[in-house]
Ligand binder design. Structure first.
Ligand code: AMP
Ligand code: MG
Length: 313
């Protein structure tokens, strides 16, 4: 993650038809991505400000490249330097990682560095380099921290008694509360192949919708695309036949861990994980390299042709 580049680009009071239905829009760069928020309610301005501060704080805490971050302390073998809340986050990630059978691995930082992803100095490493990098077990919570941030934001809004909000933390969506007109939130799943969408999810109330995809961060060499989601067994980009996975879950951290893990597992093993999952329930939408779309039976997907993944095989 990079340092915060611009805290606040826009913060505009868009309309105030009724005092309780003011909506603030806020957009800023944080955690290496653009974050967008629409927040409704009389406390929208204060909520937007607290949301921005929370994202900045979490960015610094979990920036592996910064020597005063919590994750740096972890990598230096000083877990006791973490606050109780930070230790709880790390412990929960480890618990979830185990439930994915190791498809989610929070210690791939050295392997990511070997490919040059954290620095944009891209190159194709040898398998020997990757094996050595994997053995180093350097912490990287990049696949979980935005989901955790979404979860913490939900808690913040709940404490503030906020009416409703729609947040985009760079591919991680949080729908908070009910839409002003009471209808479902309609969330498009971005196409991995073009600037359009592959379908639309209907979401009712508060939910986290998180996507991992091969188009989000990659480089190309000799006609081959190398992307940022790695198979922990090899340290190489996960070659599971998927272009993206979207997870819909009431828990933001679970959604984020699972979007990455399902991407590594692929359609068959990912469906099995869904069938046997006993933690916070989730639904998922898989987009294959072929363009085919598969959705678990509880995902309310429309505007596309797709095959349903049933609980009973
Ligand atoms: P996401 O976009 O949430 O899928 O997270 C991708 C990021 O997580 C990458 O940029 C790496 O920093 C890290 N990462 C890559 N592969 C894995 C993996 N198998 N398990 C956990 N984190 C990973
Ligand atoms: Mg993730």
């Amino acid at each position: 993650m990079k340092r915060l580049m611009a805290v606040l680009l826009v913060c505009v009071l868009l309309c105030g038809c009724a005092p309780k239905e003011q909506v603030f829009e806020k957009s800023f760069f944080c955690m290496d991505t653009v974050m967008d928020a629409q927040i409704w309610g009389i406390d929208a301005s204060a909520a937007a400000s607290k949301f921005g501060k929370l994202m900045t704080a979490l960015e610094s805490e979990w920036d592996a490249a910064s020597d005063d971050s919590a994750i740096f302390a972890l990598n230096e073998g000083r877990p006791e330097d973490l606050t109780v809340q930070q230790q709880d986050f790390v412990a929960r990630v480890q618990e979830l990682a185990a439930l994915t059978g190791g498809a989610f691995d929070p210690q791939l930082y050295a392997a990511s560095c070997a490919w040059g992803f954290p620095t944009d100095q891209f190159r194709v490493p040898t398998q020997k380099e990757l094996d050595e990098a994997l053995a180093k077990k350097r912490w990287d919570l990049g696949a979980a921290v935005k989901g955790y941030a979404g979860q913490r934001t939900e808690e913040l809004f709940s404490e503030m008694d906020l009416d409703r909000a729609l947040l985009d933390l760079g591919g991680n969506i949080l729908t908070y509360g009910e839409k002003p007109d009471g209808s479902d939130w309609r969330i498009g799943i971005r196409s991995p192949f073009n600037s359009g969408t592959v379908g639309t999810l209907s979401i009712s109330g508060t939910m986290h919708i998180v996507t991992s995809g091969d188009y989000q961060r990659y480089f190309e060499q000799d006609g081959q695309r190398y992307y940022h989601i790695l198979d922990p067994k090899t340290g190489r980009p996960a070659d599971s036949g998927l272009s993206s996975v979207t997870v819909i879950c009431r828990d933001g951290l679970v959604a984020d861990v699972l979007s990455t893990a399902l991407f590594v597992l692929g359609l068959e093993e990912g469906s099995q994980l869904w069938r046997g999952w006993e933690d916070t329930p989730f639904e998922a939408v898989f987009v294959l390299h072929s363009g085919e779309v598969f959705a678990t039976e509880g995902a309310r997907l429309s505007d596309c042709d797709f095959q349903v993944i049933c609980r009973e095989e």
